[in-house]
Design a protein around this ligand. Structure first.
Ligand SMILES: C[S@@+](CC[C@H](N)C(=O)[O-])C[C@H]1O[C@@H](n2cnc3c(N)ncnc32)[C@H](O)[C@@H]1O
Length: 274
């Protein structure tokens, strides 16, 4: 089975997930704290990836609660098992066929995961069945903020944005209209028939000097992973060369050494009640 963004049980992008979670840790932990999950609660992280959130939920409940993770990819499940609290139950499985009883959880958390499903609303409905009446689902999506990649070059930024979209269109063979993102979260929860939908966006804002976690994420996951070699065919020659220099730590133009480097990524979490 292959999802909307190419996920399979064999796929492995654990390193990218580790980098993201180390980078966005302050904002993710703040979002988890804001949920005020009662000690003793049962929490499921659906599409848990490398499982960092399991430890954060465990901590937020002062170690008194049950945390479970579920992910399709064997490599992600292995990574999650190696880092999560010993008590966490982490299973490899498809969240569209979850191996849990109806009503088994007080909270389901799914960050950057529902957009990987062919039909996110169907996914929300299935996950909501796992909630007890009155339980909550929190779905999150992070998004690069156009206008704030290269604060000093709006034209290149626009070209890069278009190139990334063209790459995704071609690679996954879908129309751009099908790509859901942060704007869809509220609608998915409403369409799944949930109550009391609320939403809050936090800005992950970084300027120079960057921490190691910030630099590693931006260099490896964004500069090399998202904007690297794969954009070569989607940008004009000169734009690709300029981008390559900005993203190259060996080059004097390296963006992360600029004193005026200023980067924004949004993290939106929508919460609803069953
Ligand atoms: C972008 S990652 C996000 C991981 C994690 N929630 C995080 O924020 O770092 C999406 C995750 O969803 C998983 N996934 C995709 N489709 C899935 C499905 N149908 N059932 C369970 N997990 C799935 C992928 O294997 C991947 O680990």
């Amino acid at each position: 089975m292959t999802g909307m963004l190419g996920d399979t049980p064999q796929r492995d992008y654990a390193e990218k997930l580790r980098l993201f979670n180390a980078f966005a840790r302050p904002e993710l932990c703040e979002a988890i704290e804001a949920l005020s999950v009662q000690a003793g609660s049962r929490v499921l992280d659906a599409g848990c990836g490398t499982g960092e959130a399991l430890g954060w939920f465990h901590q937020s409940m002062q170690g008194r609660g049950t945390v479970a993770g579920m992910d399709l990819a064997a490599a992600h499940v292995r990574a999650a098992r190696s880092g999560a609290p010993a008590q966490a139950l982490i299973v490899q499985g498809d969240m569209l066929r979850p191996p849990f009883a109806d009503g088994a959880f007080d909270l389901v958390w799914a960050v950057n995961a529902l957009n990987h499903l062919p039909n996110p609303v169907a996914g929300v409905r299935i996950l909501a069945k796992l909630l007890r009446p009155g339980g909550r689902i929190a779905v999150g999506q992070s998004s690069l903020v156009p206008d704030m990649y290269f604060a000093w070059d709006a034209r290149l930024e626009k070209k890069v944005n278009e190139a990334v979209r063209a790459y995704y269109r071609e690679r996954y063979g879908r129309s751009e209209r099908e790509f859901t993102a942060v704007r869809s979260l509220v609608g998915w929860l409403q369409q799944a028939g949930l109550r009391r939908v609320s939403v809050r966006t936090r800005m992950i804002e970084r300027t120079s000097p960057l921490s190691d976690a910030d630099e590693r994420y931006l260099l490896h996951a964004i500069f090399r992973g998202t904007w690297g070699e794969r954009l070569r065919g989607y940008l004009g020659h000169d734009d690709f060369e300029t981008l390559t220099r900005l993203c190259d730590p060996e080059d004097e133009a390296y963006a992360l050494r600029r004193r005026d480097f200023h980067f924004l990524q949004s993290l939106t979490i929508a919460v609803a009640t069953k």
